[in-house]
Design a binder for this molecule. Sequence first.
Ligand code: XMP
Length: 530
Amino acid sequence: MHEKILILDFGSQVTQMIARRVRDVGVFSEVYPADVDEAFLRDQIKNKGVKGIILSGGSAESNIEAPDMEISPFVFLAGVPVLGIGYGMHTMAKHLGGEVAISGNQEFAQVHISVKGNSPLFATLSDSKSAEGHNQLDVCMNHGTQVTELPAGFMRIGFSKHCEIAAMSDEVRLFYGVQFHPEVSNTKQGKALLGRFVLDICDCAGDWNMADYADEMVERIREEVGDDQVILALSGGVDSSVAAVLIHRAIGSQLTCVFVDHGLLRLFEAKQVMDVMHENLGLNIIHVNATEQFMGHLEGVTDPEQKRKIIGREFIEIFQEEAAKLSNAKWLAQGTIYPDVIESAANKNGVAVKSHHNVGGLPDSLSMQLLEPLRDLFKDEVRKLGVALGLPEKMVYRHPFPGPGLGVRILGTVNQDYADILRRADAIFIDELRNTIDAETGKSWYDLTAQAFAVFLPVKSVGVKEGARVYEYVVSLRAVQTNDFMSARWAPLPYDLLAHVSNRIITEVAGISRVVYDISGKPPSTIEWE
Ligand code: XMP
């Protein structure tokens, strides 16, 4: 059994970030609603390895005067250290006899706080020194509601200009409260601080890793699914592949994957997916080659959004047909990851964000239960899990590829000839990026770019090949560097690399007489051309 930190959630948008930071320091953590009862808490501490509890921040609507969720008083009697963050700190203060008051300003801001190094929560953590010689931390804080009177047994261990009690502790019972949010990246020492709580105060060993996570998830999936059959739409992308391999490890042949090849995949991609997932790892995969069906529906369609809709609709139709053949499948598995969950939650609140569903529309139309074993994980964690499960690193660390595939990289009308030309040009580009190592960083240019691909331009241009005049198509190379894909800069690829790629494409790919390099940043130009 693993040591574990229990995170009790009051509804903050960033609660999973706490879990993620705790996992980052090598300790397993689980998030539960804040109002779990005493029996649950007792069982967790006695039998499930819980060595500490973190109380999350609240939601935008959380109100300490009339709370939605009442926390069990047993949290403070359980004999394990407790850390309250923001609203969690206020709840701690109220429960233990302190005072909390609303001060109006609900804005998050980055501020300096002065902290006491004699508390083990802070020890030597420091971003700067105050005039009085205190260690200072740059933290992300909401001043809206504050602890105004400490509970008995507590002392103040941090303060800022506008917040007298920015951190408090009872060093005997090992209770800590921070007004700021250590889980967000604007709090520079946030990870280190959570590390101090988990490793030093809760005394966890920090020896948990992704292979352990895989084992724990396998147990959970087995418990949840029992003897039922599960179906999963496999795209070949990282998320659905990792979900498939994880579920397969748990329930073996009870999982059936449907892999729809729309004819808009990269060179040899379908074969690679089948080789790795079916031949090597033994997954049960229904491979549907629907190239003709997709090409038929895309014929003559030039509008990018229309193309996306057609590809999405056909995909769902084919998947549904296959699902209907497996009449006893009770579960629909998806590779939904945590950022997808946040995006759709934000959507419900009316905030405009792009909607990236894994298999848009499916859950409603098929009355199946959803199985989403990756929904607590961030992308880089999913990759680590994939490697721990035996997927090749080359597959797990691939650049993202859009669901509509080459359909949005062939400008205007899509047809099989264009797709074949583009596939070959794209493969040459990727091959050369992988093989060209940057001397300064020692990394390949593939790893130095977040996304790179070729785009097919259906315009003809004159060239001379083997002494003869040709009149053929143009390919543009696109390579970008970005962390969040919301903005991106074009990658400063070495001239020699560009020259070599261009030369290879023009000589090796019939139908291309000219190669250009896209030097547009996002914004204003999106990463994909359509
Ligand atoms: P843009 O082109 O909007 O792309 O700058 C940002 C990221 O999103 C990917 N992308 C898509 N992914 N379906 C997807 O699954 C789509 O329709 C789609 N459009 C863009 C793009 O590849 C990039 O990573």
